[in-house]
Design a protein around this ligand. Structure first.
Ligand code: PEP
Ligand code: MN
Length: 337
């Protein structure tokens, strides 16, 4: 249920409504807009109607949220949400570009990619420390060693870092280093992991599961939001279809659909979305033209030697060229880079 307060409701009045919601055994979640404050009441909604909260003088109206996701819904938060990741604003007019290797393979390799992508204009550095690999015999990531290299790269370049967390048992370790924690496609419905991250304040990059609907993605976001962490960024990264010309089918229509349904920022990952480096730049441009708030791309100095995802990695020089082209598309759709 959402409770829309009258314009210019005072802090005391807002607190009063929240207390009333709590007394009824529900949890209030505040959304402060430019014009008005909206309170989401999560729990058994029938209680609210019974108890006549609508009769309170500072309440304008009480509306049911018909969608199964509540806090993720635009009904609850009509304005776009901007999530700040280590000082970088994601979801604002300026696009956010996350770049870096699939896996952190060594200190030298990470530092070299970090310098290159920063020089080309990336805002955030990515790099996997714990890798979800199809084969248990494939490179699994350097673990904490990789996290230390990420921290060093952040110190040197100033770029905040994004890395994947796969297991709630490693949450405290990863949170010690990461400016944003990535939940990978394979873990989008690891509800234990989502709840754990919901209890933190660190921003979460939630990737769409490879066989998940948009509604399921939003329900997973709801798990994080409902625990109190509102710093959630969604990521379209391609879904499984019958098409085998690409690794996945990048669902570009998910971008405007998500923009209608939710206030959360939306990034697109054309690297995993296509699996081919020469498709990364065109799909990046298309994603931004379709309304994405930014992209996440994999970059490697020697893709042919990469320990994971080499075929989809951009060379730094190609990343630079892509950024030049992206600047023009950004301008055309009223954004900056
Ligand atoms: C990744 O970003 O390296 C990754 C494993 O992505 P996904 O979870 O989308 O497959
Ligand atoms: Mn990868």
């Amino acid at each position: 249920m959402i409770i829309v307060l009258r314009a210019h409701a005072t802090e005391e009045e807002i607190a009063q409504v929240c207390r009333r919601i709590e007394d009824l055994g529900l949890t209030p979640h505040l959304s402060r807009g430019v014009e008005r404050t909206i309170i989401g009441a999560i729990g058994d909604e029938r209680i609210l109607l019974d108890k006549g909260i609508e009769a309170l003088p500072m309440v304008e109206k009480v509306l049911p949220v018909l969608k199964p996701y509540k806090l993720a819904s635009r009904d609850f938060h009509p304005d776009n949400t901007v999530v700040t990741v280590g000082g970088v604003r994601v979801g604002d007019r300026r696009l956010a570009v996350v770049a870096g290797p699939c896996s952190v393979e060594s200190r030298e390799m990470l530092l070299s990619v970090a310098r290159d992508v920063q020089a080309a204009g990336a805002h955030l550095l990515r790099g996997g420390a714990f890798k979800p690999r199809t084969s248990p015999y494939a490179f699994q990531g350097l673990g904490e060693e990789a996290l230390r290299y990420l921290a060093e790269a952040r110190r040197e370049t100033g770029m905040p870092v994004v890395t994947e967390l796969m297991d709630p048992r490693e949450a405290m370790l990863v949170l010690k280093y990461a400016d944003m924690v990535q939940v990978g496609a394979r873990n989008m419905q690891n509800f234990r992991l989502l709840k754990e991250l919901g209890m933190q304040k660190t921003p979460v990059l939630l990737k769409r599961g490879m066989s998940s609907t948009i509604r399921e993605l939003l329900m997973s976001a709801e798990y994080i939001l409902s625990e109190g962490n509102y710093n959630v960024i969604l990521c379209e990264r391609g879904i499984r279809t019958f098409e085998d010309a690409t690794r996945n089918t990048l669902d570009l229509s998910a971008i405007p659909v998500l923009k209608q349904l939710t206030h959360l920022p939306v990034l697109v990952d054309p690297s995993h979305g296509t699996g081919k480096w020469d498709l990364v730049a065109p799909m990046t441009l298309a994603a931004v033209a379709a309304g994405a708030d930014g992209v996440m791309v994999e970059v490697h100095p020697r893709p042919e030697e990469a320990l994971s995802d080499g075929p989809q990695a951009l060379l730094p020089s190609r990343f630079q060229r892509m950024m030049d082209d992206l600047k023009r598309v950004a301008e055309a759709v009223g954004r900056t880079l």
